[in-house]
Design a protein around this ligand. Structure first.
Ligand code: M6R
Length: 617
């Protein structure tokens, strides 16, 4: 089983090995703990696989080189059941070595299939669910000689989620693949074709791609791509061109993708705004193909998401309710459908996901659609499962996000939610046109403010130097500053492995303040001055923790003298309305976590135990 793996398949005129290994390298960010490759040769399939990172597989390939081949499949596996061993690494072969299989997802009935195959005398060589597919496929080929037909027959027996890519020693020049709920795209080249979990793996070779739908099988040769359903009916093919280029998938002089992506936020923000606001400041979300009457009739908005995307949703709630006066709930996708949520045909569900493949979010949206709710996806990945299964999609145009820690997609997600909120306010008439135009003007100023902030992060470097030895860090904020605190803490946890907690500043005295001891670093997100009592209350919270010896690191507007008086370290923010401040305040926190992890010598882009997209529940 392999829930977040990277898969590459190649058939064409060139040597397959470097293309496959190069493709796997571009997907390293997804997280993995073993890797393998199988190539077709006239003498049969040849495989190499190794536990550990790709460098170990490359060392193995240097020790035991593979013969030349123009056709093969490769895999990076993130172990769940069945440890990250050489035996459990993919590809898995049938007993006679004729077929090779790589797999992403979970075969839920694998135990039953395994028992059935073992009863027939099949000897398993790994603990994976994938191996059963290799044995089943080998048997199916005796009944259905065509590779795609045999794979379809196997898929009809499988339960669960999967992408499978298979090779048959007896069918040169041909690779077949199947997709149910896990990602798979076809790259269409000149005299060559590719299969991959992610377009990043073939972007250096071609920008032409084909989306695959649910329950489809594809067979590629060097010059053909044939897509069918699991029942063998021809399936419509959806070609598209990948908008970003190779440079977007490379570090471009930065030490980490995460750092590069932090610095890409002004561009990601302005690209996400681009074309969605007209000259008079009106929202034009043409892509929101939901009946306008239905949008006006929506009586509840429910945002579902995981991790960082969930934090973006928490921030969006404040704005959406404020602008539209429609109640907005935000729920962790993994909790949503297990509590019998109240969702009706007049509920508008917003599913936020960078990858568009997060299984928890996908399951939540499926549950919502079963209740006949309208679902809008906010997604960064063209053609991914979540947007495909939604009624409408607002894409964030942040470009590929490779670092496991989400940064530019977080701010782009907030912007996309804000565009949706303002559009709803416009449609429902809960804001006048000039009010919307004013908000839009402030929002469009954000990319330049981000750039200004990014130009002056030197003090954060010094701060990270000072704090590199600490074991625990707190983050507090109120209103939209609270989810910013949660996100700041998540960033620090996931890449620096530090104990970090985010709290609502007002909750401190109800418990968390007991954690405060002399020297404990506490980041405080201070709202803009001059707005009701919010600002003053947070300044009081700083005083409370300071009185108990905390080291206060204060993020506040650059002219906020009251906040600065309470700061051991001051991080000035550009002036922005309260609702837009999170788009700025998060940047120093992202950068701080990147800096801390770098100083600790940790792998910033591939933190331990984490994967970029989590395609199992
Ligand atoms: O691809 P998604 O936006 O659906 O991913 C959701 C979370 O898994 C993701 O945000 C995760 O929390 C990140 N590692 C956070 O940096």
């Amino acid at each position: 089983m392999a829930p977040v793996c990277g898969i590459v398949g190649y058939v064409g005129a060139r040597q397959a090995q470097p293309i496959i290994i190069g493709g796997l390298k571009r997907m390293e960010y997804r997280g993995y703990d073993s890797a393998g490759i199988a190539l077709w040769t006239p003498d049969g399939l040849e495989t190499r696989k190794r536990a550990g990172k790709l460098v170990r597989l490359e060392a193995e390939l240097a020790d035991r080189p593979l013969p030349e081949s123009r056709q093969g499949i490769g895999h990076t596996r993130w172990a769940t059941h069945g440890g990250p061993t050489d035996q459990n690494a993919h590809p898995h072969l049938s007993g006679d070595g004729r077929v090779a299989v790589v797999h992403n997802g979970i075969i839920e009935n694998a135990a039953i299939l395994r028992r059935e195959l073992e009863a027939e005398g099949v000897v398993f060589r790994s603990q994976t669910d994938t191996e059963a597919v290799a044995h089943l496929l080998r048997r199916a080929l005796d009944q259905e000689p065509g590779l795609a037909a045999a794979l379809r027959a196997v898929c009809r027996r499988l339960e669960g989620t999967f992408t499978l890519v298979v090779l048959d020693a007896a069918q040169p020049g041909r690779i077949a693949a199947a997709r149910r709920s896990s990602p798979l795209v076809v790259g269409v080249g000149q005299d060559e074709n590719f299969l991959a979990s992610d377009v990043a793996s073939f972007i250096e070779h071609t920008r032409h791609a084909i989306e695959l739908g649910q329950d489809q099988v594809v067979e590629i040769t060097a010059d053909t791509v044939t897509v069918t359903t699991f029942d063998g009916d021809p399936a419509p093919v959806k070609p598209y061109d990948i908008e970003w280029d190779l440079a977007a998938a490379e570090k471009g002089g930065f030490d980490w993708f995460m750092r590069k992506e932090i610095f890409e936020q002004p561009q990601a923000a302005s690209d996400t705004l681009l074309g969605r606001i007209d000259q008079s400041g009106r929202l034009c979300l043409d892509e929101l193909r939901i009946d306008r009457a239905q949008l006006r009739a929506a009586d509840k908005i429910v945002i579902v998401a995981c991790g960082t995307a969930y934090h973006a949703g928490l921030i969006a709630k404040y704005a959406i309710e404020h602008w539209t006066r429609v109640p907005c709930e935000v729920e962790l996708a993994s909790e949503f459908r297990y509590r019998d949520p109240i969702v009706t045909p007049t509920t508008l569900v917003v599913a936020i996901s960078q990858s568009g493949e997060t299984m928890d979010t996908l399951m939540a949206l499926r549950h919502a659609r079963e209740q006949h709710a309208q679902v809008v996806a906010i997604c960064n990945t063209n053609g991914a499962t979540i947007p495909r299964e939604s009624d409408a999609v607002i894409y964030t145009h942040a470009g590929p996000e490779i670092g496991v820690a989400s940064t530019k997609c977080f701010t782009a997600q907030i912007i996309a939610c804000y565009l949706l909120g303002l559009f709803l306010a416009q449609e429902r008439g809960t804001k006048f046109g000039d009010e919307i135009a004013e908000l839009v003007a402030d929002l469009t100023a954000v990319p330049a403010q981000m750039a200004a902030l990014l130009a002056d992060l030197g003090p954060i470097d010094a701060l990270a130097q000072e704090l590199v030895g600490v074991e625990s860090v707190l983050f507090i904020g109120r209103h939209v500053g609270y989810p910013v605190a949660l996100e700041g803490a998540l960033k620090l946890k996931e890449i620096s492995y530090l104990h970090a907690e985010g709290f609502a500043a007002g909750e401190l005295k109800h418990g968390p303040i007991a954690l405060v001891e002399p020297g404990l670093p506490v980041f405080v997100v201070v709202p803009p001055t001059g707005r009701d009592h919010l600002h003053d209350k947070v300044v009081s919270n700083i005083q409370e923790i300071r009185a108990r010896g905390a080291k206060t690191i204060v993020l506040a507007e650059r002219n906020d003298a009251e906040a600065w008086a309470q700061a051991d370290h001051a991080i000035p923010l550009p002036l922005a309305p309260t609702l837009f401040q999170p788009l700025l305040a998060i940047i120093p926190l992202q950068y701080f976590s990147c800096q801390m992890a770098t100083l600790k010598g940790l792998d910033v882009d591939q933190p331990r135990n984490l994967a970029k997209s989590v395609t199992v529940e």
